[in-house]
Write a protein that binds this ligand. Structure first.
Ligand SMILES: Cc1cc2nc3c(=O)[nH]c(=O)nc-3n(C[C@H](O)[C@H](O)[C@H](O)COP(=O)(O)OP(=O)(O)OC[C@H]3O[C@@H](n4cnc5c(N)ncnc54)[C@H](O)[C@@H]3O)c2cc1C
Length: 440
């Protein structure tokens, strides 16, 4: 089969779009990313992302080796396993506390608490000639010669062989391709915050909150905590990996100048929207005092350290969000417009799987486009196989996350008691715990 050199246009330079661009660039496939943000520095904040082996495998495959190592070095170790506890901090079951040590550089087993700022910088590294900023996509049109043309708000256009919707939740590309694609708002509201690991906070924080990830199953609401502690000091990383990064024509000091993101305990408190007092309409970011009051009221009777975690967190880190999930789509007739990540299968952030799934899509789509570019497979067949796979695992993940979100916010006393009893029984009977949760 003759090689057909492709020209790929990616709309959206987020996690998935940039990972795809890195992979295609490494494979020698022509790619351009069109991003709405005006500059590379437009979004230098946010919570860390938990990257699971699926995401690690994708990043390892798509990034140049020195950037993968830099990412691992700057990330935090999320700690072993996960703890299920009640609101008095009594363990119900602790999973995977004594598992084998994993090599953090082995993507198939490694998990990383990655700074969003550093991840974005590393994903953008070396793509100066690939990413166009200030390009807000408005619509696309297809021509008889098989090409597709994207239009932008500044009046410019770009023509390519394949257009990829990587423009996240509320994707405009996806809305034009699938006008019937729907998203459902879940009746959940979350507030998240950061408690920085200052000397003073380290003194009172209980070991369990410093050790790893925890989920708390109170009689109402739901709390998740995770520790984000860097593996290595930036100066030591630059001394160890700086020369390899400079050899790529990149500046390691710039890539690691991540002063906004210190070590911290992250927490996310999730509530059923209908259980909120009518007076609570304010946004957490705008009214931290109202949020603290709400949390203090809802956690009356909880362990004092959990109450302190929620109320002593730095006010300007508070973040409030509602949750939506994409409705499943049937496979369509494959054309020259495809998609990845939240644009297709948006899911609530419960469990931290959205970014990992976007990275998995990017890796899988990169392989499909590369094989078509090299003439190993016709483009429609490569894209169709990608879309079938992506729809299957993407919407399986959406279903799992929606189920977990519904469990977290359920107002059924019976269901909540049953869940606590189930975790406690699994904790008390190790063979049952292993049968249900594995050794992880
Ligand atoms: C609080 C919170 C915590 C989370 N934690 C985790 C976690 O721990 N682990 C995890 O895996 N996931 C997590 N997620 C989910 C994760 O952030 C998303 O699933 C992921 O960012 C999706 O990647 P994406 O590339 O599809 O979209 P995005 O990363 O959202 O990127 C979309 C890009 O498209 C651009 N864009 C949008 N519209 C246009 C347009 N018209 N024209 C041009 N460009 C456009 C945007 O500016 C953006 O850069 C979390 C989400 C939240 C809200």
């Amino acid at each position: 089969m003759l090689s057909r050199r492709l020209n790929v246009a990616v709309i959206g330079g987020g996690i998935g779009g940039l990972c795809l661009a890195q992979g295609l660039k490494q494979a020698g496939v022509r790619v351009t990313v069109y991003e709405r943000d005006r500059t590379a520095d437009s979004r230098l904040q946010g919570f860390r992302l938990n990257i699971e082996p699926t995401g690690s495998v994708a990043l390892h495959a798509c990034l140049p080796p020195a950037l993968w190592e830099l990412l691992v070095a700057t990330a935090g170790d999320p700690g072993p396993g996960i703890g299920f506890l009640d609101e008095r901090m009594r363990p119900l079951i602790l999973i995977g506390q004594n598992g084998p040590e994993h090599d953090p550089l082995d993507p198939t087993t490694s998990e990383h608490a990655v700074s969003r700022v550093t991840l974005r910088k590393l994903l953008l590294a070396g793509l100066d000639d690939v990413v166009r900023f200030g390009k807000e996509f408005t619509s696309f049109s297809r021509a008889d010669d098989g090409t597709v043309t994207a239009k932008f708000a500044d009046g410019t256009t770009a023509t390519a062989d394949v257009l990829v919707a990587a423009d996240g939740a509320n994707s405009r590309v996806w809305a034009q391709l699938h006008p019937a694609a729907d998203r459902t708002a879940l009746p959940a509201m979350a507030v998240a915050g950061k408690l920085f690991l200052t000397e003073e906070n380290r003194r009172w924080l209980p070991e369990r909150l410093l050790a790893g990830r925890n989920v708390f199953w109170p009689r109402r609401d739901f709390l998740f905590t995770a520790i984000f502690r860097r593996r290595e000091d930036p100066a030591a990383i630059i001394a160890r990996l700086g020369d390899r990064v400079r050899a790529l024509g990149l500046d390691p000091e710039h890539l690691l100048a991540d002063s906004h993101d210190d070590d911290y305990v992250l927490w996310a408190f999730i509530m059923h929207r209908d259980s909120l007092p009518a007076s609570f309409a304010s946004k957490a970011q705008d009214d931290p005092a109202a949020v603290r009051e709400l949390l203090a009221e809802r956690t009356a009777g909880w362990h004092p350290d959990l109450r302190r975690l929620l109320t002593a967190s730095t006010p300007d880190t508070l973040y409030q969000t509602g949750f939506s999930a994409a409705e499943p789509l049937d496979q369509w007739e494959t054309g020259n417009v495809t998609g990845l990540g939240d644009a297709v299968h948006q899911m609530p952030p419960v469990g931290g799987l959205g970014g990992n799934t976007a990275l998995r899509d990017a890796h899988r789509l990169c392989a499909a486009l590369t094989s078509a570019d090299r003439g190993e497979e016709p483009l429609p067949r490569a894209l169709r196989a990608y879309e079938a796979d992506m729809l299957r695992y993407g919407f399986e993940t959406v279903r799992e996350v929606v189920r977990n979100t519904e469990g977290a916010i359920t107002r059924s006393t019976l269901k909540r008691s049953a869940a606590r009893w189930f975790f406690r029984t699994c904790g008390a009977v190790p063979p049952l715990g292993r049968a249900v949760f594995g050794e992880r």
